[in-house]
Design a protein around this ligand. Structure first.
Ligand code: ADP
Ligand code: MG
Length: 228
């Protein structure tokens, strides 16, 4: 479980161009549920997801992960927590060009020192689950948008994190691929993952698999609907 308490993020704090991207954020992320953050562009969704996922620090406020306060930990600890706890599916996927699908997927596991053969088998298992085994040796720049996303999903899962975070996952997908994405998400939830998605796509936030919809506007939470 994640508890956010009075989270605020100010970019360029103390400078003339200081900008408060999110503030007064109090939210509990329930385990093994799917929470969607919706709201117009610029409402603070990406900023909040990156704070939740320990990719950036809040300017003030507290984050508790499984009842442990992690906000004040030094970077070397938060980096380790991030790696073990969260799998990210970035809006533009952030795959590394020039490298194969397989290598891209394995990279987040390299610091573990897992035996290479075992790691490669785990990556292949994920590719099979996501039905892109045939693309394993392909360089990522030669993939379609949907295949790039599946590669990004596999990479997010390689360390078997309890949390999966996806930022605007259907922004570059047509309706059919978007439905396919939500099917994958439904499977991950059924496996017990806790899922957070930022999206203003009704196909995402109106999906029956969603448990909680948090609406953001101008950096604030303005509505919270617990669907289940
Ligand atoms: P959303 O994901 O909902 O579109 P963001 O979290 O990306 O919103 O951005 C919220 C606001 O914070 C926007 O006005 C954006 O311009 C601003 N912002 C985001 N990142 C930065 C940054 N690194 N420096 C300055 N302002 C930023
Ligand atoms: Mg965003």
């Amino acid at each position: 479980m994640i508890q956010l308490q009075d989270i605020r993020k100010v970019f360029n704090a103390g400078k003339p161009n200081a900008f408060t991207a999110v503030s007064d954020i109090d939210q509990t992320i329930r385990p093994q549920k799917l929470t969607v953050f919706k709201g117009p562009s610029g409402s603070g969704k990406t900023t909040l997801l990156s704070i939740i996922g320990c990719m950036s620090r809040p300017t003030s406020g507290r984050i508790r992960l499984n009842n442990r306060e992690i906000t004040s930990l030094p970077e070397r600890f938060t980096a380790e927590i991030r790696r073990r706890t969260f799998g990210f599916i970035f809006q533009n996927y952030n795959l590394i060009k020039g490298l194969s699908v397989l290598t891209n997927i394995m990279i987040p596991a390299f610091p573990d020192g897992r035996p290479y053969q075992k790691l490669q088998q785990q990556a292949m298992d994920l590719l099979q689950k996501l039905m892109i085994t045939a693309k394993a040796r392909q360089k990522v720049e030669h993939l379609s948008g949907g295949e790039q996303q599946r590669t990004a999903i596999a990479r997010a899962l390689i360390n078997d994190p309890p949390f999966v975070i996806a930022d605007e996952p259907t922004a570059h997908l047509d309706t059919e691929l978007s439905r396919g994405f939500m099917d994958i998400i439904a499977d991950l939830k059924a496996e017990g993952k806790t899922i957070l998605i930022a999206s203003h796509d009704p196909l995402v936030f109106e999906s029956p698999v969603v448990d909680c919809v948090v609406t953001m506007r101008d950096g604030h939470i303005v509505q919270r609907e617990e669907v289940s």
